[in-house]
Design a protein around this ligand. Structure first.
Ligand SMILES: Nc1nc2c(ncn2[C@@H]2O[C@H](COP(=O)(O)OP(=O)(O)OP(=O)(O)O)[C@@H](O)[C@H]2O)c(=O)[nH]1
Length: 316
């Protein structure tokens, strides 16, 4: 099944997300394709809804995708994709305070990862307020943390509202962003979100499914840079628990792992969560296929597949 391309837009309140979203909707429609939008508002009403009257839309109200309604996003999206087969592209705008990593989290859930393909995470930055938001005296720790999370998980950074500041201040803003952003994520300057289509739509996130028992050599070499990746490994029958933990820790560039596994000598199916070097296991009813989903930067899928093959018993 082919995955539906997904574009994520993130950025602090008022940074210009909706401005860019409108532009993206227009260019998708100009190509004769059908976009759908997911807009997430903190309040109980989405005031921007009327701007996108013609588009299929899921509204997630009364909460931020990143905290209270992550499960909602996943479930709504699963339902939505079942019912709307004519959608070509999905655009997701988080609230101004969403952490995009949490949206990536929902989209790479085992139930959803085969249906969607994140293309890029566009981080909007309000250049005219950035220094103020970073200032210890003028903002709060929460705001600084939020901005940092948004910038570190974006695969393209749009420094917007450059019309409101001078060249010197802009340079300072860009230097600060360069200090925290993902290595391969480019920075583009913009006024009213006037970023080229090429920059906005370029694929900068890779989602792949890799069968562990695939011994044939038709593995593709990706020459493009993908600063961010999600790899789904499938076809694993049982795995040795101790080796699995060690293996996860050895994969330095993994930010997050999850999936369903069965351990050697234990027929129980587990859902596992791995973050900040900690493995959490929850036994679940059988009925799900085993898989391991890895999210990280510069992952070498062939190396990962080979090292996993060493200690995992495979299906087929
Ligand atoms: N001066 C200036 N204003 C801009 C620019 N980009 C957007 N704006 C204006 O800033 C306001 C906020 O822009 P939006 O695109 O709604 O920002 P947003 O990130 O969606 O805002 P939230 O919904 O609060 O999260 C609007 O009035 C825009 O017209 C820019 O580059 N320069």
């Amino acid at each position: 099944m082919s995955r539906i391309p997904v574009y994520l837009l993130t950025g602090f309140l008022g940074s210009g997300k909706t401005t860019v979203l409108k532009k993206m909707v227009r260019s998708i429609k100009d190509k004769g394709k059908q976009p759908a939008l997911i807009m997430n508002e903190l309040g109980s009403e989405n005031v921007e809804k009327e701007l996108f009257e013609d588009e299929a839309m899921i509204e997630l109200l009364n909460g931020c995708i990143c905290c209270t309604i992550q499960d909602d996003l996943r479930n709504e999206l699963i339902q939505f994709l079942k019912q709307n087969h004519d959608i070509d592209v999905l655009l997701i705008e988080g609230t101004g305070i969403a952490n995009p990593a949490e949206i990536v989290e929902s989209l790479t859930h085992p139930e959803l990862i085969d249906q969607v393909s994140i293309q890029t995470i566009i981080g909007m930055v309000d250049a005219s307020r950035y220094l103020e938001y970073q200032s210890l005296f003028q903002s709060s720790k929460e705001i600084r943390t939020m901005l940092k999370q948004q910038i570190t998980s974006s695969t393209l950074l749009v420094v917007n509202k450059t019309d409101l500041i001078d060249e010197k201040k802009l340079k300072k803003v860009i230097t600060k962003i360069e200090d925290v952003k993902m290595k391969d994520a480019p920075i583009v300057k913009a006024k009213y979100g006037d970023v080229s289509e090429k920059a906005l739509f370029e694929k900068r996130f890779l989602t792949e499914t890799v069968p562990v028992n695939n011994h044939s050599s038709h593995h593709h070499h990706h020459h493009h840079t993908h600063p961010f990746q999600a790899i789904k490994l499938e076809g694993i029958e049982v795995i040795d628990k101790k080796s699995f933990e060690e293996w996860l820790k050895e994969q330095g560039s993994i930010l997050r792992a999850k999936g369903y596994i069965v351990f050697k000598g234990d027929r129980q199916l587990y859902s596992f969560q791995y973050a900040t070097n900690q493995l959490e296991l929850h036994s679940i009813e059988s009925g799900k296929k085993t898989c391991i989903i890895l999210i990280g930067t510069s992952l070498d899928q062939e190396k990962i597949r080979r090292s996993l093959t060493k200690f995992a018993k495979q299906i087929g």
